[in-house]
Design a protein around this ligand. Sequence first.
Ligand code: GLN
Length: 415
Amino acid sequence: MSRIAEPVSVEFTDNPVDAAMARVLDDVRRGDHPGTVADYIPQLATADPEAFGIAAVSVHGHSYGAGDYRTPFTIQSMSKPFVYALALQELGVDAVCERIGVEPSGEAFNGISFDPSGRPENPLINAGAIVATSLIGGVDGAERFAAIRAGLSRFAGRDLELDEAVYASEAATGHRNLALAALARSTEALRIPVDEALDPYFRQCALLVDAHDVAVMGVTLAAGGINPITGERVISAEVARHVLSVMTGCGMYDRSGAWMVSVGIPAKSGVGGGIVAATPGEYGIGVFSPPLDEAGNSSRGVAVLQRMSSEFGLHLLNRPINPVSSVASAETDPSTGRTVLRLRGEVDFVAVEEVVHEALRRGRACSGSTVVLDLTDVTRISTVAAYLLTQLASDVGYGVRVVMQDPSSLCAAPS
Ligand code: GLN
């Protein structure tokens, strides 16, 4: 098994971000959020119902935490998006999607959820997750689990240990998962012996994490597949986006719709009381509180993420209504009609629209004049923005002569 070369030291800052999270945590702790600790895996029933912690890690690699964010617990279903990511990385999107759908099935985590062709519909509930585990390479269950543990450890930035007692407890009582795996085998969604998928699945669910680990795993997805603490690329940006898309629709069992409306952050919960959430390009968040609501999601976990989403503006669809203009200044010389538009910062599709509109308006106001687009202060330009500016400058059909000053950012156009 590949091990992480060197333990990475994580620095917790005592600053206003921690304080803001601690305030939200305390408010939720005082509120009424009834729940019950899971006991269908007998060992989980021993969890402390009062334990409550939250951690966040930014794409800059800075860690924040409040409450019991260093208390270990088992990852359970939060392992599913990460094992799914490893399968996508190993086999490619098409091969995995042939075997597992990407639909929010609207089922509970242990639902019998197969499409008419016999393919599990949702990779983030058990039927689909067991098939995802089976796709990870290995000659047997032990090797498969070794690869999964190594992969999840890279997401977390440290070697994750197995909770033997929780594993043994689930292996002894997981009859419904045995039935789901057998059903998947009968439809040929599962193509290896049931036990060779089920045993590593039970083990992956029993990996020990704390809320900070969960936040690091989440931010690795949020940062396009690079763990910002270790600096290691764990999965491709394409796979990270695919997994976040699936988490957006499928991550909270049969409450995924309500979750998107009220919280709006790609997330995945587990019966151990954890929730992993990831705001693309921003944060990974890990929450831990064992009592679950009737859908199987951590009651306090849901409440704290609802609060954070609204107070910290984290809803995915909470995009700026009036984006910052890319036009830093626009000056037209009245004697020549020559206009200089100085652009700044990041130029994306909506920003370039304003630039094009302004260049054409000013250029057309005075025939024969020139519009200069000064790109010196542009820090990033999207592919579509670079394309549109190039078109504007090269196509005489627009009736305006446009020239670029310092167009080096056009060639760099990353996305
Ligand atoms: N190990 C658990 C199971 O398969 C995981 C379920 C969950 O966290 N929702 O039943």
